[in-house]
Ligand binder design. Sequence first.
Ligand SMILES: *Cc1c(COP(=O)(O)O)cnc(C)c1O
Length: 506
Amino acid sequence: MITETTSGNRGLLQAEPLIFETGHATSMGVDLPAPKGTANKLGGLTRKAPLDLPGLSEPETMRHFVRLSQKNYAIDLGLFPLGSCTMKHNPRLNERAARFEGFADLHPLQPVSTVQGALELMDELAHWLCTLTGMPAVALSPKAGAHGEMCGMLAIKAALAARGEGETRKRVLVPSSAHGTNPATAAAAGFTVDEIPARDDGRVHLDDVKAKLGPDVAAIMITNPNTCGLFEPEIKNIADAIHAAGAYFYCDGANYNAIVGKVRPGDLGVDAMHINLHKTFSTPHGGGGPGAGPTVLSAALAPFAPVPHIVLKGGKRELREHSEGTQAFGRMCAFHGQMGMFTRALTYMLSHGSDGLRQVAEDAVLNANYLLARLKPHFAAPFGDRPCMHEVLLDDSSIKPKGVETIDMAKALLDEGYHPFTTYFPLVVHGAMLIEPTETVPKRELVRFADVMIALAERVNAGDVQFFKQAPKLTPMRRLDDTRAARQPKLRWRRGSNEAPAQAAE
Ligand SMILES: *Cc1c(COP(=O)(O)O)cnc(C)c1O
């Protein structure tokens, strides 16, 4: 197969160097006369050498960024099977609402009297979140799931301190299947992390939790449904045991997508749970943001919720830094959170309605189970003996003896036009391939994706190991040396020091 071209372009896709390599200080997209009457007031501080910023003409600028965008895989292009991420279609209606100038063009320091509509929207979102989760309070300001975890753990810390147990209860229990942010948050909030080891069935056991309980336990952090794609069947009993031991139950709500409208976390005994608006309630994410992680709080933790609080008084909404009867632990960010995400999430909720949100969970679970049923005969599915929730967990134990590992499958998928699934997570399953289709993928797409996965499995069985080891062949870059990139990152480009990116050794 021909994979190299003389130009570096491929098909109709142009190769594109860095903007610093193509740009010249003398090129410009505008042609303005030197301004009159603005004498240089910098005195002796005027820069002597040029700044070496890239200058491009307008068409060059357009093309540069459009070419870069064509190298991106995007949720608007196709299925994004990443597990534990909920990358789903974002309805254009949400985008339209988020761009209404009354929401998009606000300044966080505007007088409160001029942002009553925005505050009402935030209040309404809070109402939906509390109603759906069966919890009395929510802090809207956390800006991501991990930030919401921090909010919940700081509320727990404040509640313990108020009980006079701030110094004695320091241990936080975290199952080994947890997302890495859970132990990181507990540690960053000043707790010590005590791991609950995994069992073969992929779930947390009441006995294991009870064995860890003691007067020094502050909280447990459990993800439900968990990162193996399974609902925790003992969750209520675990919550009861935690409470009986005087500790709190933090639930990682990143997978709330799978149960929204079906189960209220408040009924399961949850004390604090973040909701990744950017996972459960659409709103675009990836590439580092933006996210929003509102955190619902139980009656026991509500008094410690961070400021600001939105309070309705005499028909007007106020933003309060102190409210009667509360002991806020502080604030999570400079202002009030991600307005654009709030607008998108509420639009998503209102356009679905409560019945539609229940169907979101049902369809997400149905889609995942369709993939599980199709793929189970071709790949090892560690928990495939029972239905899954919103994501399918496979591993490479059946293909590895034939010379093909999870990473090779992921790279082969790139050539087939798909962003790979989540690889090697959760850590409790060796060689994990975690696939989350979400509810917005039509059946046709699911069929196509399953067909590709099955065709690849057949290729493994046919012994075509080289096909996998050479993949990806069709992407702008082949296999990169991830380890070297992580160990010796080059974060600064210098003129003349251009090096080809490190390709992994064959
Ligand atoms: C995504 C995720 C998080 C972290 O959320 P961010 O918004 O990326 O900070 C935490 N836990 C689980 C299980 C997740 O899937």
